[in-house]
Design a protein around this ligand. Structure first.
Ligand code: MRU
Length: 358
């Protein structure tokens, strides 16, 4: 399956070339494919904040390249470059709060920096580290797709109708996706009849990005209002809800795009299985439960305007963009290291000690 998955990799959102980071501007999709070029850490931090690049793994990878740009710039400036680099760590680290992949990637870069030896070229070494973070996310996507597809086959076999939320595909990762990677893999294996995609208010990741990725590949897809999900579970024979994650606490609580929690509640009510697909870099064993996860709130304009046009009176806005799904609503978490059914603290701790399965 690995070769077929690799052959199906068509979209890339992050490109590191000749000392420049290029990001596909996700704000302009699906109508315009615009690549923006970045040469410094502050620019990359702004790209993360303003959603040029989004999706927890893609944010982590971009931050690693952003830090690399910082290393190059600080070295060129001379003086105590390691001290000045702290400003780049800070600006990148603060770009978005919920996805742990951002701080995970920066911690990996910091650790590599710490292990630099006399005579090492910092620029070269740190470039290799950023590229390895990128490559390993791609590898993780492949492993997760294989494990997720095996799981679907084990439980239900062919003819699956799945529902997904937000965008967890090539645009959100270094490969071809987490949840969407499993869906792609299951499609390649002839197991997917139809994919329902929540529009994912307010930023519309589902309508604009996931629909674009799936339509481009000829996977049968329809977009629905977020509020249609329970009705679709009742009437359309949905067998799986498959979503990604931005941070998973030690007990298996999952922070993901706002609306995921209500999907899990509805899935349990309707007997629909609920799968979370995320690389182990999304698991944050330092947080005992989801109560400790910082959930980002974004500007009210995301709700009060559509495509820049005001649609509401002068009114207060409550715009949390992530929520926490309690572990006991989750059937299975799929990572590149293996799967955890009915997640809890002991099972996740065991998983994190494991090496990769594939
Ligand atoms: O606000 P976004 O678009 O960055 O939110 C993205 C999500 O919530 C995804 O589901 C999550 O990052 C997993 S992506 C592989």
């Amino acid at each position: 399956m690995r070769d077929r998955l690799l052959a199906a990799e068509k979209v890339r959102a992050i490109d590191w070339r000749d000392g420049t980071l290029y990001l596909l501007d996700q704000r302009a999709l699906p109508f315009e494919e615009t690549w923006l070029a970045y040469k410094d850490a502050a620019g990359v931090a702004e790209a993360i904040r303003s959603m040029v690049v989004r999706g927890a793994p893609a944010i982590g990878i971009s931050a690693a390249y952003g830090l690399l740009l910082g290393v190059r710039q600080r070295l060129a400036e001379g003086g105590d470059w390691r001290a000045s680099l702290e400003a780049d760590f800070a600006v990148l680290g603060e770009a978005r709060p919920t996805g742990v992949n951002l701080s995970w990637a920066l911690n990996r870069m910091r650790e590599r920096l710490r292990r630099l030896k006399e005579g090492d070229d910092p620029s070269q070494v740190m470039e290799a580290e950023a590229q390895s973070i990128h490559d390993s996310d791609r590898e993780a996507n492949l492993n997760m797709a294989q494990l997720g597809v095996e799981l679907i086959r084990r439980y239900q076999g062919s003819e699956q109708t799945v529902l997904t939320h937000c965008n967890t595909g090539a645009l959100a990762t270094g490969g071809f996706g987490t949840a969407l990677g499993v869906i792609r893999g299951a499609w390649l294996d002839g197991m997917i009849e139809h994919v329902y995609v929540d529009e994912t208010r307010p930023w519309l990741q589902g309508t604009r990005l996931t629909a674009w990725e799936l339509v481009n590949e000829g996977i049968p897809v329809s977009v629905n209002a977020d509020s249609a999900a329970a009705h679709l579970m009742k009437t359309k024979g949905i067998t799986w809800v498959i979503v990604g994650a931005d941070r998973i606490a030690a007990n298996g609580d999952v922070a993901n795009k706002i609306g995921t929690y209500q999907l899990a509640v509805n899935a349990m009510h309707h007997g629909v299985r609920f799968m979370v697909v995320a690389p182990s870099s999304t698991i944050d064993m330092s947080l005992a439960s989801g109560d400790e996860i910082v959930l980002e709130e974004r500007d009210g304009s995301e709700l009060l305007e559509i495509a820049g046009t005001r649609i509401a009176p002068d009114v207060e806005v409550c715009n949390p963009v992530f929520d926490v799904t309690p572990a006991d609503l989750i059937d299975v978490i799929v990572t590149e290291k293996g799967i955890v059914e009915r997640p809890d603290t002991a099972k996740l701790a065991q998983l994190m000690c494991r090496k990769r399965l594939h």
